[in-house]
Design a protein around this ligand. Structure first.
Ligand code: GLN
Length: 192
């Protein structure tokens, strides 16, 4: 039986994630109800607008099954806005968040002049060469709590842009917008 990977489809670029997962050995599903999320082996929280995604998660009480997934050790990956939603601390913001990951993020952290850019990054745990990384109004991780088990996987210009804490994965960039599937495969390999 292929593993079921849910892509949270409240707002944002969930369709790209679903399309890229279709090329891999898993069953990708767009999910937005607690019942649908509870059936998943892993969950992706996509990029988009983190305040909007947070409000919808809160309003429809969709956070509860996500917290249960986390407690059960199932992998959860936040890309960009999804990374913001996973964070415990958001610089200068009291917006709603899941707060599962011991990281402090800063929104729109690469400035207005460079809204979007692409680069190649070495990623710890992916040894077959640099990973193509697309940044769109991206946040970065200002601080990680290493004592709590957060591991930095990638940096760009001394800024942390990818990290992992147990079954939680966060990337400031968008692997679903490239032809490179190695970060998706890394995430699928986290499913036990
Ligand atoms: N800047 C957006 C936010 O703060 C995130 C951008 C993205 O997900 N591409 O929610």
């Amino acid at each position: 039986m292929p593993k079921v990977v849910g892509v949270l489809s409240l707002q944002g670029d969930f369709l790209n994630h679903i399309q890229t997962l279709a090329e891999l050995d898993c069953e990708a599903r767009a999910v937005k109800t607690p019942a649908a999320i509870a059936e998943c082996d892993a969950l992706i929280i996509p990029g988009g607008e983190s305040t909007t995604i947070g409000k919808l998660l809160d309003r429809f009480e969709v956070d509860k099954p996500i917290r249960e997934m986390h407690a059960a050790g199932k992998p959860i990956w936040g890309t960009c806005a999804g990374m913001i939603i996973l964070a415990k601390e958001i610089v200068a913001s009291d917006q709603w968040r899941l707060g599962l990951m011991d990281i402090t993020v800063e929104r729109n952290a690469f400035g207005r002049q460079v809204d979007s850019f692409e680069t190649d990054l070495p990623v710890k745990g992916i040894d077959s060469g640099d990973v193509r990384a697309v940044f769109i109004r991206a946040p970065f991780v200002r601080e990680v709590d290493e004592a709590a088990g957060v591991e930095v996987l990638a940096t760009f210009e001394d800024k942390i842009v990818m990290c992992r804490q147990g079954n939680l994965l966060a990337s400031a960039f968008h692997p679903e917008m490239t032809d490179d599937r190695r970060v998706q495969q890394y995430f699928l390999d986290m499913i036990v």
